[in-house]
Design a protein around this ligand. Structure first.
Ligand code: AMP
Length: 402
């Protein structure tokens, strides 16, 4: 997958109307934004477009209004917050049709370097179906399209794919470029040794990721709930641990594939076990660490053991590129977070390029305070997994090639 896309650095936006698709899908509580990370992450591209004299028209989806105007999912609070963060007015183009008479009038009145924000793109029913009418509406108010929303790059919607096909120029923003550079290109052409670490709950969710990363990496490390299906495939007793019974054969195939390709596939050699799953999840638990082949029939594995944590950290130390997706155990519970912390620490300490897939592993790394030590933490959950599967993402493909 050659990914050499035109970016905001390759175009001249002076005096042009630039539609910039951002990911402003922020958490809201009673109309207040509770986490502004996605807004601050969008600022570099917005500032660049302003500095170059573009008429900057921002758009995004927020939540799942399913084609209806839901006032509680209006992007109005985002315009207020962005105004504060940018130190410049971001005018909100309130419009039930997103691109209707009000939005068109607001665009027509813009001067170079000004910024407006359109209403939630998912207020339009066509948006998630990549319907022609809304794509045309969006294309009609811009000369240039910029896509900086990685979180939706694995979906073909009007505001990332439909409009890109209709706009004369369609490029990626800085956030998107960073995701392509790290998740796309670093996985396709990694500096070796390349170590991939996969964890999380279920094998079934990551079938293609396991297979693709086995092709690309030198060492594949498996932890988390999914490790127990692999251990079962090895013929071990796994007690009441999480298991995907239909995927036992698949795990065996992957072990054979690793053998055939001469790749290292590392599985837990010991496990942190309990009698039952803690309830609440961060409630008290009694743990024991046992060898991976000595889990009693009435116990469950909820984290990798200490010996495994050391072995995985050693494998990370030997790497030049590390990609990590999915926690090593039930990290929501401090007693069962030790394996995840050990792996996070090994990534924080290495000079290797360290890339964290979105979702739970990103949350775990940030929650543990290791965020600033990583080379790249993906902003997309589903999109980053599809990148790791080696799939082409429609939102990325839609941008012009260099
Ligand atoms: P995923 O969404 O697939 O990345 O899975 C993340 C979830 O897997 C987290 O909520 C963890 O608590 C859970 N998890 C990790 N290890 C285990 C395990 N050994 N047993 C059950 N759940 C686990």
């Amino acid at each position: 997958m050659g990914l050499n896309k035109k970016s905001v650095d390759d175009i001249n936006v002076n005096g042009k109307r630039v539609l910039c698709r951002c990911d402003f899908n922020v958490p809201l509580k009673e109309g207040q934004i509770t986490d502004i990370n996605r807004l601050t992450a969008a600022l570099p591209t917005i500032k660049k477009l302003i500095a170059d004299g573009g008429k900057v028209i921002l758009c995004s989806h927020l939540g799942k209004p399913k084609g209806e105007v839901k006032p509680e999912l209006s992007l109005a609070p985002v315009a207020v917050k962005l105004t504060e963060l940018l130190g410049q007015e971001v005018k909100f183009a309130a419009d039930p049709e997103v691109v209707g008479a009000n939005a068109r009038a607001a665009v027509a009145a813009m001067k170079d370097g000004e910024v407006i924000l359109l209403e939630n793109t998912r207020f339009r029913a066509e948006e998630t179906k990549n319907g022609e009418a809304f794509s045309q509406d969006l294309a009609s108010i811009c000369d240039i399209f910029v896509n900086d929303a990685f979180g939706t790059a694995h979906r073909a919607h009007c505001s990332n794919v439909g409009v890109a096909a209709l706009a004369d120029t369609a490029v990626v923003g800085y956030l998107m470029q960073k995701e392509i550079d790290f998740l796309g290109n670093a996985v396709e052409t990694p500096v070796r040794p390349f170590v991939a670490i996969l964890g999380g709950a279920k094998v079934a969710d990551k079938l293609n990721v396991i297979s693709n990363l086995l092709d690309k990496c030198d060492t594949l490390i498996i932890g988390g709930g999914m490790a127990y299906t692999f251990l079962k495939a090895k013929g071990y007793e796994i007690g009441t641990s999480l298991v995907d019974n239909e995927k036992v054969d698949y795990c065996r195939e992957m072990m054979e594939k690793a053998e055939k390709l001469g790749k290292k596939l590392l599985l837990p050699v010991d496990s942190t076990i309990t009698k039952s799953f803690p309830s609440p999840i961060d409630g008290p638990v009694d743990i024991t660490v046992v060898k991976a082949d000595a889990i009693p029939a009435d116990m469950m594995g909820l984290d990798i053991g200490t010996e495994t944590a050391t072995m995985y950290a050693d494998a990370v130390k030997a790497a030049k590129t590390v990609v990590w997706n999915g926690p090593m155990g039930v990290f929501e519970n401090p007693v069962l977070a030790k394996g995840t912390i050990a792996v996070a620490e090994s990534l924080a300490e290495t000079d290797a390029t360290t890339i964290i897939g979105g979702g739970d592993s990103a949350a775990a790394v940030n929650q543990l305070g290791f965020g600033p030590k990583m080379t790249h933490i993906s902003t997309g959950g589903g999109a980053s997994l599809e990148f790791l599967e080696g799939k082409e993402l429609p939102g990325v493909v839609a941008a012009n090639d260099k």
